[in-house]
Design a protein around this ligand. Sequence first.
Ligand code: FAD
Length: 301
Amino acid sequence: MTLTPEQLEDIQASRANPQATLRAVAPGMEKHLYEAREVLDHGFVRVIDYMGDDSAIVQAARVSYGAGTKHVSNDEGLIRYLMRHWHSTPFEMCELKLHVKLPVFVARQWIRHRTANVNEYSARYSILDREFYIPQPEQLAAQSTVNNQGRGETLQGAEAERVLRLLKDDAGRAYDHYEEMLSQDGQQGLARELARMNLPANVYTQWYWKVDLHNLFHFLRLRADSHAQYEIRVYADAICEMVKDWVPAAYSAFEDYRMGGVNLSAKGVEVLKRKLAGEDVTQESSGMSKGEWRELMAAFE
Ligand SMILES: Cc1cc2nc3c(=O)[nH]c(=O)nc-3n(C[C@H](O)[C@H](O)[C@H](O)COP(=O)(O)OP(=O)(O)OC[C@H]3O[C@@H](n4cnc5c(N)ncnc54)[C@H](O)[C@@H]3O)c2cc1C
């Protein structure tokens, strides 16, 4: 089970106890508060708290622009302007605090995003649960032949079965040994902080993760991208669904300019200008490398 009975009880208790507040409230986010969205086989992500909404971004921006600004007529237009021009600090006025349960190898990728505040479950203090990420058969893929940092065809038949068996057996055996080392039955019992070193990287951990909206968008742009590893992308996708409801105008600008937009180099702009003028530009005549050319063409396919 993804959530323990105690966690479920906590969620119900928190949701059953609404408080009156004078703070700005985002109705779209209220429905997500405390609720866990299941991710992978034992993981989840849930909103513990948030601060601000679309108006908080606009409010902060108006401090810097003052009353004299005429060229952005409405809040949504202002938010799109800010996103388009990389005016990022107004987005930092919104904050999100999440509780995430995730495999350790996903946590290692996630923790690289340094502009967040993290507090992780202590495996020095507590005993980790017997919960390991075992991929669904359709996620069990071979090494990609075109991208060293990616996966290719799905494994089939006996190989797929063998890999799944190895993953399950190794995790189970490692956990049995973890318990055996911890046990104080007829022995001293190894310290938790040492016994945990035997556990594989697919064991689950949990943390609280707090980040502002600007840095969250940066995280989502990298991790909800199709090139991100599936196992972190599913968390990013789940967070996107929450952010969409929390700050709809900012999220829509983010989708348009960041997720759906394309960064062009000066050479890329030149290629487009020449093509629009009717010239038959090739990679060789573009001055771009093969990789750059491939990526530029793929963006406009
Ligand atoms: C597809 C993909 C593949 C990757 N592969 C690898 C890999 O093979 N090996 C690997 O090690 N990492 C890898 N990474 C991690 C990547 O290099 C970044 O560490 C990670 O995406 C976090 O990005 P960030 O540093 O911009 O984010 P954050 O740490 O949140 O920082 C946000 C921004 O704040 C600024 N900033 C934060 N801290 C500092 C600082 N101390 N000094 C200066 N500026 C700072 C930077 O402008 C930074 O862009 C990969 C990431 C992705 C998405």
